[in-house]
Design a protein around this ligand. Structure first.
Ligand code: ZN
Length: 52
């Protein structure tokens, strides 16, 4: 299973084979993207991360 690169990009592509990774990122989210309002556990997965 391919590791997702960015939640911001994954959001545009929708769920593909990486549904589990996306759901896990959202469940463990510690950062939110100020631009796209996506969340992730790792700030590297967001284009403009802000800690939540
Ligand atoms: Zn973003």
């Amino acid at each position: 299973m391919a590791k997702i690169k960015k939640m911001c990009k994954a959001a545009k592509d929708g769920f593909k084979s990486n549904e589990d990774e996306i759901l896990s990122e959202i469940r463990n989210a510690k950062f939110i993207c100020k631009k796209c309002l996506r969340s992730a556990s790792d700030k590297k997965l967001l284009c403009e991360p802000k800690k939540i």
